[in-house]
Every structure is written in structure tokens, then in C-alpha cells.
Design a protein around this ligand. Structure first.
Ligand code: COA
Length: 155
């Protein structure tokens, strides 16, 4: 069976938590697609190209793609078996429930949840952008390979 999983997000920027979910997901599917939302409701700091470059650097063994519009349409186009999302705790639960139910209603696709590692539960992209803005240390929050790309953007 060819199980295609899609881990979609804004990844603005990708975090150590995202990378943890990518590593965990790789064992669950035959082919993993990390999909960057091109035009999310949020207004991202990093362009799609920059987020693509960062994800390719930290996850060279998986496919990195971007999508425009609804995730369910992209999932259909790529014949995905399921969507994958990471949960950091209760804070994520309500929002994730809404998305899961909406996506199921829209196309019948299921969402698989993975629990983020304990040490990554307090990370968020917003926090990282703020720390980077004030030139704070990023080592505990983002993979080493992309620190310089984030710093470059902030200067
Ligand atoms: N570790 C650390 N942080 C994590 C994390 C983890 N494992 N998982 C999520 N986060 C953080 C991110 O840093 C981010 O923080 P921020 O809010 O400060 O930016 C936040 O949690 C969520 O970001 P991300 O994981 O990138 O996903 P998202 O919630 O921005 O992505 C989409 C949502 C893009 C998947 C969803 O909006 C979508 O599918 N959009 C397309 C349009 C569509 O189909 N809409 C209908 C959906 S029902």
C-alpha cells in the first residue's frame, strides 16, 4: 500500500517542534509531503521560497511542496491517504478539532495527530520571530541549519 501523508502548515519559520513531527511522520507513511500554505489567513514574514529553502535544509529526505487554496484540494490532487498535524497540548486541541471536522466534511479525509515532544511544547513561530527580532538566541527553538537564514531576514 502506498500511504501518502501530508503535513501542512505555515512554517513561518519551521521550528524544532515541526522537525520533530516530520521525523515522527516519516515512519508512518511511504511518502511524506510537507506542504507550505501559500496564502494562509496569517500574513507570513517569510516568503514561500524562503520557507521552502528552510524546510529543504532541515528535511532533505521528504518532499517539500507549497499549495494555494484548500488543503483538501491539494490532498486530492496528490492522492493523499491522510493529513498529519502535531499537537503541543490543550491549546492546539480546539482549533485542530475544527479543522479536522471541516476537512472531513469537505472531502472525507482523516487527520492523524502526533504528540510533539515535551521539550518542544512551548515553541511557536510567533515567539521565534519575536526572539529573532530582538537578536535573542534561537538555538533551543529552530534547527541550527536555518538560524542564519532567519537572522539574515531580520537584519
Ligand atoms: N512544535 C512547535 N510549534 C508548533 C508545532 C510543533 N509541533 N506545531 C505547530 N506549532 C506552532 C507553529 O509554530 C505556529 O505558531 P504561530 O501560531 O505562532 O505561527 C502554530 O503552532 C501553527 O502553525 P503551523 O503548524 O505552521 O500550522 P498552521 O496552523 O499555521 O497551518 C494550515 C494551518 C495551513 C494547515 C491550515 O490553515 C490550512 O490547511 N490552510 C489552507 C486553507 C484551508 O484548507 N482552510 C480550511 C482548513 S479547515
Amino acid at each position: 500500500m502506498n500511504r501518502i501523508g501530508i503535513f501542512a502548515g505555515t512554517f513561518d519559520p519551521p521550528t524544532l517542534g515541526h522537525l520533530d513531527i516530520i521525523h515522527k511522520s516519516m515512519h508512518l507513511c511511504d511518502h511524506l509531503i510537507v506542504a507550505i500554505a501559500d496564502k494562509p489567513v496569517k500574513n507570513p514574514l517569510f516568503s514561500v521560497e524562503e520557507r521552502m529553502e528552510m524546510l529543504k535544509k532541515i528535511a532533505p529526505k521528504v518532499e517539500i511542496a507549497s499549495f494555494h487554496g484548500l488543503i483538501v484540494d491539494f490532498a486530492k490532487e496528490r492522492k493523499a491517504s491522510f493529513l498529519i498535524r502535531g499537537l503541543r497540548g490543550f491549546v492546539d486541541y480546539e482549533y485542530e478539532c475544527q479543522m479536522t471536522h471541516a476537512n472531513r466534511k469537505l472531502s472525507g479525509i482523516e487527520t492523524l495527530f502526533l504528540m510533539a515532544d515535551e521539550r518542544h511544547t512551548q515553541i511557536s513561530s510567533t515567539l521565534i520571530r519575536e526572539i529573532a527580532h530582538f537578536q535573542g538566541p534561537l538555538t533551543d527553538f529552530v534547527p541550527l541549519e536555518i538560524e542564519s537564514l532567519i537572522r539574515r531576514k531580520m537584519t
